[in-house]
Write a protein that binds this ligand. Sequence first.
Ligand code: SF4
Ligand code: SF4
Length: 100
Amino acid sequence: MTTFNVTLPSGATWTPTFVAALDENKCIGCGRCFKVCPRGVLELVGLDEEGEHIHLEGDDEDDEYERKVMTIAHKELCIGCTACAKICPKKCYTHAAATV
Ligand code: SF4
Ligand code: SF4
């Protein structure tokens, strides 16, 4: 297996690194990464006492969850731009190159 690389118009090689993990323990649910992701990869969810994810419905302000955290809902849509990691104030993200 080799690392997946992209050849840019300039001829230079670029290695995209795709979202691999998001540390829920560090996440403060600020939503900055969600706003910059161009691909709809991320989703804000509630986290209950047992650490279970609770789907948030619109403006539902139910108290079933302790706090909100970001999750990787559609990893397969990621294009490896790393915008999420660059804007995250808590360094929650881990990215990795793909292999082919
Ligand atoms: S690397 Fe880019 S496309 Fe992938 S989750 Fe982060 S912001 Fe979205
Ligand atoms: S930018 Fe970082 S701290 Fe804020 S919601 Fe995203 S992962 Fe969590």
